[in-house]
Write a protein that binds this ligand. Structure first.
Ligand SMILES: [Zn+2]
Length: 185
């Protein structure tokens, strides 16, 4: 069975950033987009396969990884309420300029950009996220090692976990274990 991504980010770009598991733990860090086939699976899951071409080459895979890691640095800082580093913003700006030079303008009002190149599409998705989404809703999963990002669309803005079935469940199990241990001593 191929790669079946968990789409919990609430935005295409965040779902891309979440294709690395255990991002904050070097010993467990896993890149789920490690093969062109996995990238093709991801595109199908997020509904991009029909609009992109040549998603299955290693060159595209490398470009997608570059977009992902560059965007992650900026967006994670914002999720933590921090100012992204100047070098990270500059790297994002370079990607955006490059993407716009490869995209075609469509429509007059509002102006939008069209492309069938996956990396370009993803950079434009990052720009849209940064420009149009309510970034006060941007969150990082509270698990120490997870590092996944999402838009908290809950009414009271109280979502803490990428997935309540996954990181949330583990945290509950950990708290339970600690309570049991505390009760025993
Ligand atoms: Zn998580």
């Amino acid at each position: 069975m191929g790669y079946q991504p968990e789409l919990v980010g609430g935005h295409l770009l965040l779902d891309l950033l979440n294709t690395v598991s255990w991002r904050l733990d070097d010993s467990r860090w896993i890149d789920r987009l490690s093969t062109p086939a996995a990238l093709a699976d991801w595109c199908a899951a997020v509904g991009l396969s029909a609009t992109t071409r040549s998603t299955t080459s290693t060159a595209v895979l490398e470009e997608v990884a570059r977009v992902r890691e560059t965007a992650y640095a900026v967006i994670r800082a914002l999720a933590r309420g921090e100012e992204p580093a100047e070098a990270e913003l500059e790297a994002m700006r370079v990607l955006l300029v490059e993407a716009l030079s490869r995209a075609k303008p469509v429509g007059a009002c509002p102006l939008d950009w069209a492309t069938d190149e996956l990396p370009v599409m993803l950079v434009l998705a990052a720009a849209k996220l940064l420009e149009h989404e309510d970034l006060s809703r941007l969150r990082e999963c509270q698990d120490d090692d997870c590092g996944w990002l999402f838009l908290d669309r809950s009414k009271n803005g109280s979502r803490r976990w990428c997935s309540s079935a996954d990181c949330g469940n583990r945290a509950r199990a950990k708290r339970h274990y600690q309570r049991v241990r505390a009760g025993q001593s």
